[in-house]
Write a protein that binds this ligand. Structure first.
Ligand code: MN
Length: 219
């Protein structure tokens, strides 16, 4: 079967869709140049390093530093994804147009009005604890938009991912049966997986018809 994907360690810094000074006076030329050419590039480079290191880890079957490398995958991967989006959702002053009909419809469906959406988005972005992002996200599970804050970039996720297979490792999921032996729980849990549902979710996710799969509670 053909593998169409970004191979490990092969991410590239996407070029800006405008000149370095195109967003002035809001974002100055030097700010944009440093942000894109240096900071975003560092995320790309470090993501490539992390992915190639994980290849070595898998080849050597040596998971001693798995937490470090997973943290790197989340931090640099989410940084790369979010910055790549950030550049494309901006345009020079006066060139960005108005919210499109679908955008306006979905915003009004969930937030009630454009003004309410704008107020929540701006407050959420303003109140991010420390460094991070304000994010308008499409929540495919519930077929609607939501506004979320991201602290730093990631909290161990890569934004835009769609969950396919999940394992709850909070203590409440196993403690009565396995006490503190989470590793044994995970090993045994493996036999519970419904691979038919995993396949179905993966096919849906890959099809772009993002899964309205796990709940129809709104119907
Ligand atoms: Mn940034």
């Amino acid at each position: 079967m053909e593998c169409i994907m970004v191979p490990p360690g092969r991410h590239h810094l996407p070029p800006l869709p405008y000149d370095d000074n195109a967003l002035e006076p809001v974002i100055g030329e030097e700010t944009l140049r440093i942000h894109h050419n240096i900071l975003h590039k560092a995320y790309v480079d470090n993501l490539n390093t992390a992915e190639l290191s994980m290849v070595t880890v898998r080849n050597n079957d040596d998971y001693q530093y798995i937490k470090y490398w997973e943290d790197e995958l989340a931090f640099t991967g989410s940084g790369h994804i979010l910055h790549s989006i950030y550049w494309t959702i901006m345009a020079p002053l006066g060139m960005g147009g108005q919210p499109g009909p679908n955008t306006m419809h979905q915003i009004c469906c969930y937030f009630g009005s454009f003004d309410a959406f704008k107020a929540q988005f701006q407050n959420a972005a303003n109140k991010v604890q420390g460094s991070g992002w304000g994010i308008l996200t499409w929540q495919p599970t519930w077929n609607r938009l939501e506004i979320l804050q991201a602290e730093k970039h990631q909290n161990l996720t890569q934004w835009s991912g769609i969950p396919i297979l999940v394992c709850d490792v909070w203590e409440h999921a196993y403690y009565l049966d396995y006490q503190s032996n989470r590793q044994k729980f995970i090993e045994d849990w493996w036999a519970l997986i419904n691979w038919f549902e995993v396949e179905r979710r993966l096919i849906l996710a890959m099809s772009g018809i993002v899964p309205l799969t796990i709940t129809n509670e709104y119907i």
